[in-house]
Design a protein around this ligand. Structure first.
Ligand code: SF4
Length: 223
């Protein structure tokens, strides 16, 4: 499996924010978000091929009970099902961070689904394939039916709420499982957007997520 990085940190986003976790960041993505914060897994994928044994050994070397498989898009990795089964056999809590466009019958305790809104569409030749792929209602429904999940939306501007409301309603998602997070990789920009996003969360009854790893360590790899 092509791995961009494997590291021990704190979960920075979503319902498990602050939980010590080993991160397995797979390389490769079927989308091309304009503001992708890990372009080294999507626009210009980098990484090293790891055998599953090596991934499992490196995870076990850390004192965490939680493991997060992220990307890129981990759900396009051919060996994802056996990897998750091996991690489950170790008794680890498994989070998978996905855009929710591809299904695989993985072992997973928290499916962290981040459907990509129109604010993610890039300019140029990737715009059409990105827009065609970014929302897959049947895949989202299957993930939500089979797994404990959170729906985590990346919000760039208040007007994004029209799309978010429509999608929540179409999917029938309970509001307590919906999380809003500001787009941005600079602490100053996140702080500025947090001011209006917090008010939206209060008005809409939706959970706010920080980006704790950016607040603590900035926009760096391996955190
Ligand atoms: S889905 Fe995630 S990894 Fe892929 S391009 Fe979008 S933000 Fe980047």
């Amino acid at each position: 499996m092509k791995i961009a990085e494997l590291f021990y940190s704190l979960q920075g986003e979503g319902a498990l924010v602050g939980v010590p976790s080993v991160f397995i960041r797979t390389s490769g993505c079927n989308l091309r978000c304009r503001w992708c914060d890990t372009p080294y897994t999507s626009w210009a994928p980098e990484g090293t091929d790891f055998e599953l044994d090596r991934i499992v050994d490196e995870v076990r070397a850390h004192p965490a009970r939680h493991v997060v498989i992220t990307g890129g898009e981990p759900m396009i990795q051919p060996e994802l099902v056996p990897l998750t089964e091996r991690l489950r056999a170790l008794g680890l809590h498994i989070t998978i961070e996905t855009a929710g466009t591809v299904f695989q019958p993985v072992a997973c305790d928290l499916m962290s689904i981040s459907p990509k809104l129109s604010n993610s569409t890039p300019d140029g030749v990737f715009a059409v394939p990105h827009d065609r792929s970014r929302i897959q209602p049947a895949v989202l429904a299957e993930l939500m039916e089979r797994y404990q999940y959170q729906l985590k939306f990346v919000v760039e501007r208040p007007a994004d709420m029209d799309e978010i409301r429509a999608l929540i309603e179409a999917l029938g998602a309970p509001r307590e499982q919906v999380i809003l997070m500001a787009e941005g990789t600079e602490p100053a920009r996140l702080a500025e957007r947090a001011v209006w996003l917090a008010e939206i969360c209060k008005e809409e009854g939706l959970r706010f997520s920080p980006r704790l790893h950016i607040d603590l360590w900035g926009n760096r790899r391996g955190v």
